[in-house]
Design a protein around this ligand. Sequence first.
Ligand code: 5GP
Ligand code: ZN
Length: 115
Amino acid sequence: MKRDDCIFCKLANGQIPANTIYEDEDFRVILDANPASEGHALILPKEHYADIYELDDTLAARLFPLARKMACAMTETLGCDGFNILQNNGEIAGQTVFHFHMHLIPRYKNAPNNQ
Ligand code: 5GP
Ligand code: ZN
């Protein structure tokens, strides 16, 4: 199901243009609008799930292989030195957009604002 009031539904399904770096029948991977590092991207399911608690098992099973594939490809393309994969659920955990997404965050040894 898609939600009319959900910006990530619109981005995932191409109703709002996004900087897409990968797409298949179930997912779109786009660049984050407020990146934590160069190349920070988000894996978005095309269907609406608010969080990991709602996520479909079939999609969940596809997710980590895709995240791994993206991390390998991005590391090769961007030349990053490390990589974070993270995923927030609930306001207290830092979730701000309530359409499930996974963060792909390349890390660079010489970035100015490493934490
Ligand atoms: P959360 O805090 O929910 O785990 O992550 C939400 C992420 O979505 C943030 O990193 C934020 O920068 C990103 N974001 C929010 N709105 C948009 C948008 O309209 N377009 C894109 N590309 N990223 C967005
Ligand atoms: Zn949505």
